[in-house]
Design a protein around this ligand. Sequence first.
Ligand code: ATP
Length: 563
Amino acid sequence: MMNFREFAQACKVIEDTPGSLEMTSRVAELLDRASPDELPVVTHFVMGEVFPAWSSEEVGVGAGILYAALARSSGIPVSEIEGIVKETGDLGETAIRALGKSSKEQATFSSFLSESDDISVLEVFQRFRDISKASGKGSQAAKIKNLQYLFNSASPEEVGYIARLAVEDLRIGVGEGIVRNAIASAFSIPVEVVERGFMLTNDLGLVASTAKKGGTEAVSRLDMRLNHPIRMMLAQLAPTLEAAIADIGRPAIEWKFDGARVQIHKDGDNVRLYSRRLEDISSSLPDIVASIREYVHADSAILDGEAVAMDENGRPRAFQDILKRFRRKYDVQLTAKQIPLNINIFDIMYLNGENLLDQPLINRRELLRNCVESADSIRVDRQVITDDPEEVNAIYTEALRAGHEGIMIKNPQSPYSPGKRGKNWLKKKPVMETLDLVVIGAEWGYGRRTSVMGSFALACHDPETGRFLPVGKVATGFSDEQLAELTALFSGLIIMDAGKKVELRPEVIFEVAFEEIQKSTNYESGYALRFPRLVNVRDDKFLEDVETIGRLGEMYRLQRERN
Ligand code: ATP
């Protein structure tokens, strides 16, 4: 049985390890020591998550609950906890200091139990699960009580990691890349096999425990499962239409609809829908669920499509309108009436028990056409296979005239590659260069705006370590109404409160336009943006979609070549 103390000690070693190769070996050692039952938990914990990203479960602990739990466990008032946060700038450090202080200063109030009362990794997970399940009246108190139990059961070396895990921000620099390699090395499995298992199940915890139990054989047998979303295949920007055609040969051309992505799982009459972030949004979109039930003729299927909201003139409505439908928890039927959605289905990955990922696109398309009956609310749109630049250009112009984004240029022979942004799907649209960056902090406004947040700290992604690196702030492009909405949204994501400035759980993505990318020593990414302004709040995107540090560097170089 793995104690949380053992996990915490490993985290400390990993945190102090500089190179990613070394780090991978340390993570591999940790995974190797865990039992198959413990592996799902240990694998997610080491990446700083309690539940897999696609799961509907969330710990739901913010600064307020965490400070209250620390105050109760240590006997120190919340105001003093806030003081420590400001001083240390780190929640783990804060927890260590607060609890350490109490055990020294108040002999009767022993926060740390004796060595023999070790708490196991699975017990910690169970407590987090209890915290996540607490809902409704009294849930705040229940969350605090469970956290307090964890803090008081932990040793000084453990409390820091418990505090950081509670807000799912472990900060030891281990991301998916490192864990994937660590699983391969710990259980002697080729990296490609691990990668494939991950692509299909979207759950490295499951891949790790399968690897431990059955080795390469078992991991290669992992497959897609209904009601278990797979990652979406993504597109690269086509430099020009001619180059895109030349790259592929005779490409398949489709409209790039202006809407939001939906992955559909149909299991008999049970229909589940997932957003681009793989969140279950079925209950918010009853109209689409009904269309799928009625018009998709298959016992079971996994489909890919774009939900589009049309206005009275048959043109797509603003993206923000569609997002009003996604994740809607109340007034669902009313909103469905106000903003009806159509679904354009463009791919099929699974049909009646058969995995279709490796079939060429043209075959999948054929199967798709055969099982989807077109109606007002649902359709498989036209796909034209051609290498004639004029014809492609005509379709492009037509799509833009209809108010859509542009076209997709796809390789008809290509498989469906979950989570890949490769050359088999190219997109062509009028360019405005924007970056998708995640908001990691905010500042309260000045003057008449002291009650709203007015400036937001942005970060790009380092896929290797899973960390988000600051690239500057955006304070332009917001209406008063939007600032009020964002303040309400971000208030629930505060993980550290230092008065004027707050640190936020990285969750919300801003699409930001800018004048230029500059090198800068002010921010940890090494880059800064000149004149950044908000274009859209992209709450449909996944954290892995956040621009990578590598991509920023590439854009910086391209920009220099152009000038
Ligand atoms: P963007 O910001 O341009 O929407 P993105 O990062 O969301 O880009 P991309 O991979 O660049 O996603 O482009 C593919 C997106 O285009 C899909 O996620 C989907 O939402 C949308 N789309 C619209 N029509 C199609 C289509 N026919 N085939 C594939 N994707 C389509």
